[in-house]
Ligand binder design. Structure first.
Ligand SMILES: Cc1cc2nc3c(=O)[nH]c(=O)nc-3n(C[C@H](O)[C@H](O)[C@H](O)COP(=O)(O)O)c2cc1C
Length: 225
């Protein structure tokens, strides 16, 4: 016999076996209580991701688009990617120029990040409308966004036509960091940047720090008595 119980607000399928002693039946029933998982068809659900502002074009003819399909793909040489739909105005600017800048975004830039992701540069000047400042990059012709805490200058190495999106695989040429986040010892304090993340259609600020790389295997310091 199959019944459904409401457990912790979720329907849980349970099987009751109509034989054995009362104890056996009870044990078996308890073993079969488990939370179900829902399986959806294939889709994109790797979250959280950064929502970056990609600046492209030249100092004269420039644009900004918001990109969440981005990430690191190699350490040495440092390489990353952005995936862009060919119908975006930015697509041809990036393809023709062979360069772009990934500008990390923080809470202060959240409004502009969203706006640059819903308006097209074919109709509006996003730098002007969002009161963002163009700054000359060290290695690329496209501008970096001065208000961004970290701007990553990239040179396109390969374009992979995957389907809806084309993936620009790029080499990182430089990381331009805002000096206000660098301490007197030269260390960059990323926790002060208030970076934001994008998760399933929403923007989030970063939560509290929960550990450093390798903390799971680090030996606990013995407390002195
Ligand atoms: C949070 C967010 C993430 C986005 N991620 C991508 C992306 O990864 N690739 C893409 O092609 N478009 C992405 N978009 C949509 C573009 O940013 C949007 O179509 C923008 O208007 C394109 O600007 P453009 O026409 O000036 O190039 C995203 C939009 C938002 C708001």
């Amino acid at each position: 016999m199959k019944i459904e119980l409401v457990y912790d607000g979720t329907l849980v399928p349970v099987t009751i076996v109509p034989f054995g002693t009362f104890g056996d039946r009870l044990k078996f029933t308890l073993w079969r209580i488990k939370m179900s998982r829902k399986v959806w068809k294939a889709g994109t659900f790797i979250y959280p991701l950064p929502a970056v502002m990609v600046s492209c074009g030249t100092m004269e003819k420039s644009n900004i688009m918001t990109v969440a399909w981005t990430g690191i793909i190699n350490t040495n040489p440092a390489m990353c990617y952005i995936s862009v739909r060919p119908e975006r105005y930015s697509y041809n600017l990036i393809k023709e120029q062979g360069e772009f800048v990934i500008n990390l975004t923080n809470e202060k830039l959240a409004f502009a990040t969203d706006w640059c992701g819903v308006k097209t540069g074919s109709k509006v000047d996003k730098f002007k409308e969002m009161h963002l400042t163009k700054e000359k990059g060290e290695f690329v012709k496209c501008p970096i966004i001065k208000e961004s805490p970290v701007a990553i200058e990239c040179k396109v190495k390969e374009v992979r036509e995957l389907g809806s999106h084309h993936m620009f695989i790029a080499e990182v040429l430089s990381i331009d960091a805002d000096e206000k986040y660098i301490d007197e010892k030269g260390a960059f304090d990323i926790s002060k940047c208030n970076l934001i993340a994008y998760s399933n259609g929403h923007y989030y600020s970063m939560g509290r720090k929960i550990g450093r790389f390798g903390f799971s295997v680090q030996k606990q310091k013995k407390k002195r008595s």
